[in-house]
Design a protein around this ligand. Structure first.
Ligand SMILES: Cc1ncc(COP(=O)(O)O)c(C=O)c1O
Ligand SMILES: N[C@@H](CCOP(=O)(O)O)C(=O)O
Length: 463
């Protein structure tokens, strides 16, 4: 399998290279040069498989010959063996046609573990052959950071520099990152918002002087391997609900567009996805883009769903590329225009193409809280606010299929917001019980390229 950049000017890479590279050298994102398609029989054959076996079947076409099937299976078994639920991603029925897909049973209590536990093992495996060293730089609004840190803490040959927006993540999220004191983990609170952090990460990749000194890699969903691992749970959930005989819709709490783009990939591979419901909070750039073609950046507003307080959704570029034609030029020009002016319009072809699968919904705090209470009244289900945003969208969507809401975080990660909305204060799982007693370590820096690169350069291992 070869991977090409959405901007068309970077070399095509294989799976190992694309996993280690993260972002393309022309500023674009890597996507498969061609999509594998599963036949109905192949989808039927997934029924009854364990999560690990489903993962192997779904990911094999993307991994190609970078790993043998047994080796891939072994890595998946190790990654998903760390989950606290035997089903890895259990489905819970809320109502006749409403389901929750619980993606938060991994070590750091958010859906990011599903991909990052595997990505950590892939880094280790690919670095072993090369005897190389990686400098991972990431931006987080709270969950990617803790998942990446858990997956990479103490691993040989990898340093992690994780940027989070100071004061804009929940206390549990911050402590999950900053109490990991392994020498290869470096937490940086930047004085800005998540978009500033993400822009700094991309600027570091795009700066030849900096990226030439260090072997940079990414753990955000700009890294293809992250998305690939997230495609698996769409298949696993849909076949449990009757695919391929019946279609299934998914409601996805959306920020960086990675999770829902993984759903698009599943559909592109042949899974009968009835609809992908993109649920945003009031930071609604994606809702405006999908409903009116207006992809223009506003100021980031702080909400009870901090992980979705994002106005620049990295993976939207992948969708524009796929909808805009095979030569990549449409999306490359659009993205460069957006980077310069912070605004762009979707072409009519992109808007119509997106509408075939996507619908979108902007959910405010009141609707989120009502949806959280609704779930609570259904068998006492306590959902986190991000899940509440998606559930609110699911409850109003007009689709003729079961709707699966992706439950992206454990409610205890956002216990103040959950308590405000539902009156119930969730408790942290036992293994995190002493989180508030642990020592924290992090640096606080201005959100400038100079300050952040100087800090990293002093601590990172040069090529
Ligand atoms: C709990 C939670 N829900 C939803 C999202 C949004 O997902 P995505 O950025 O893949 O759109 C995030 C952040 O990525 C998150 O941490
Ligand atoms: N909500 C995310 C933001 C980064 O998203 P990613 O999926 O691109 O890593 C977070 O929790 O950090």
């Amino acid at each position: 399998m070869r991977y090409v950049s959405t901007r068309g000017d970077a070399p095509a890479l294989d799976f190992e290279q694309v996993t280690l590279a993260g972002l393309a050298s022309d500023g674009g994102l890597y996507v498969p040069a061609a999509w594998s398609r599963f036949s109905r029989d192949e989808i039927t054959a997934l029924q009854g498989l364990s999560y690990v076996d489903t993962a192997v079947a779904v990911m094999t076409p993307f991994v190609g010959d970078a790993l043998g099937r047994d080796e891939l299976r072994d890595l998946c078994a190790r990654a998903y063996g760390r989950f606290a639920h035997a089903a890895v991603t259990p489905l819970v029925q809320l109502d006749h046609d409403q389901w929750l897909l619980e993606l938060f049973h991994g070590p750091t209590l958010a859906f990011k573990d599903v991909a990052l536990q595997l990505v950590g093992l892939l880094f280790e495996r690919f670095l072993k052959d090369r005897r190389g060293h990686l400098t991972v730089i990431g931006a987080t609004s709270g969950d990617t950071g803790s998942a990446a840190i858990d997956a990479l803490a103490g691993r040989d040959g990898v340093d992690v520099f994780m940027l989070h927006p100071a004061g804009r993540v929940s206390e549990v999220q911050r402590r999950q990152m900053t109490t990991v004191l392994a020498p290869n983990i470096h937490n940086i609170a930047i004085e800005g918002d998540f978009d500033d952090a993400q822009a700094l990460v991309k600027a570091m990749f795009n700066d030849p002087a900096f990226s030439g000194r260090f072997a940079l890699s990414a753990v955000n969903s700009i890294n293809w391997a992250r998305l690939m691992a997230q495609v698996v749970y769409y298949f696993h959930a849909a076949v449990r609900l009757g695919a391929p005989e019946r279609g299934v819709a998914f409601a996805v709490p959306t920020g960086n567009f990675g999770n829902v783009f993984a759903g698009w990939v599943a559909a592109r591979m042949g899974l009968p996805v009835a609809k992908l419901i993109v649920a945003t909070n009031v930071n609604d750039i994606l809702h405006r883009a999908l409903s009116a073609g207006d992809y223009s950046r506003g100021a980031v507003v702080q909400t009870p769903t901090p992980s979705m307080d994002i106005q620049v959704s990295s993976n939207f570029e992948r969708l524009l590329f796929e909808l805009g034609g095979a030569n990549g030029r449409a999306s490359a020009e659009q993205m460069r225009g957006f980077e310069a002016s912070h605004a762009m319009r979707l072409t009519p072809r992109q808007l119509e193409g997106a509408a075939e699968l996507f619908t979108s919904c902007r959910v405010d705090g009141d609707d989120m809280s009502s949806a959280m209470r609704w779930a609570n009244e259904r068998g006492g289900e306590v959902v986190d606010p991000h899940t509440g945003v998606a559930l609110a969208a699911a409850l109003t969507a007009k689709v003729d299929a079961p709707v699966v809401t992706l439950a992206t975080a454990h409610p205890a990660k956002f216990r103040d917001a959950v308590e405000r909305a539902t009156g119930t204060r969730p408790t942290l799982p036992h293994r995190l019980g002493d989180l508030f007693q642990r020592e924290e370590r992090y640096a606080t820096l201005p959100a400038t390229f100079e300050a952040v690169t100087a800090y990293i350069a002093e601590r990172a291992t040069a090529r």
